[in-house]
Design a protein. Structure first.
Length: 288
């Protein structure tokens, strides 16, 4: 047997073994998923491959409304806004795409890409700025569109964001290609996310950005606190308990000498917080 034949043998064996595992001819999607899980337990599939297969199957069952960013959490750019108003919104949110809204009608009239502002960074170019010249056409989709169809349209049209409308034609939310892909491959870290080990990032003397999944024990160690609750493991849990609900972007709550502001969140969980250490004379009394 030559080297080429030796190299191909393991691949044939893997395919044959997987084929044998599927000989049961699944009668439905649940049977297929169970067979895939059995294959993973037999080490015919890796855990990442299994998760992606399950994600692909799930995408065909979910609708846009299931994962969209709701209207209340969208960062809109007013149609008449100038650069002095737009730049802080772009920097603060760290997003790359923004729906442009006509404030009189509350309708979305286009999409602004943050990168399209670069050519106006020079002071001598700012007076010539007109948002209508740089915004791009928005695409609109119904809440009921299935995610597999949405993904196909994103790829076919080379679009990355769509505006979701409800049955009355009003804006219900937005969805991005990243939102859909995360249903398949898991959460995607982008260039604005922390390094893996940097769960707490100091921004100034009294201000920090904190990943919501920071362990409460790590927070206690970093800030010399002693928060302890049998039902809470993370800073997200601490903050949600203070709010009494899953907060939206921009909501604030004060816990002892710490003021927390939600920087990123969706309708399911909190992702990123800004925490400001509050001076003793500015602290609000906590309810007993």
């Amino acid at each position: 047997m030559n080297q080429a034949q030796t190299d191909k043998a393991p691949n044939r064996s893997w395919i044959e073994r997987l084929g044998q595992a599927l000989m049961g001819e699944p009668k439905g999607r649940e049977d297929l998923v169970q067979l895939m899980r059995d294959a993973e337990q037999r080490q015919l599939l890796g855990p990442d491959a299994l998760a992606m297969i399950e994600g692909v199957l799930q995408v065909s069952e979910l609708q846009v409304r299931d994962i969209m960013i709701p209207r209340s959490q969208i960062v809109f750019i007013p149609k008449e806004a100038g650069l002095p108003e737009i730049y802080p919104l772009v920097v603060e949110s760290a997003h790359s795409r923004f729906p442009v809204q006509d404030e009189e009608t509350s309708q979305v009239v286009g999409i602004l890409l943050a990168k399209d502002l670069l050519s106006y960074a020079a002071f001598d170019q700012r007076e010539s700025f007109d948002l209508r010249d740089v915004m791009r056409p928005a695409i609109f989709v119904p809440e009921s569109k299935r995610l597999n169809v949405m993904l196909h349209e994103f790829r076919a049209n080379r679009q990355h964001m769509a505006v979701v409308i409800d049955e009355y034609g009003s804006v219900a939310g937005v969805i991005t290609i990243e939102d859909v892909l995360e249903q398949i491959v898991g959460e995607i870290e982008d260039e604005h996310d922390f390094e893996e080990e940097a769960f707490i990032l100091q921004r100034s003397e009294h201000e920090y950005n904190i990943k919501a999944l920071t362990e409460l024990s790590d927070f206690n160690e970093h800030f010399a606190t002693d928060y302890c609750d049998d039902d809470i493991d993370t800073v997200a849990g601490l903050v949600i308990k203070s709010f009494g609900h899953v907060p939206e972007r921009g909501e604030r709550t004060q816990i002892d000498g710490f003021l927390f502001e939600v920087l990123r969140a969706d309708h399911r969980r909190v992702h990123l917080l800004r925490m400001t250490v509050v001076a003793a004379d500015q602290q609000r009394p906590q309810p007993e």
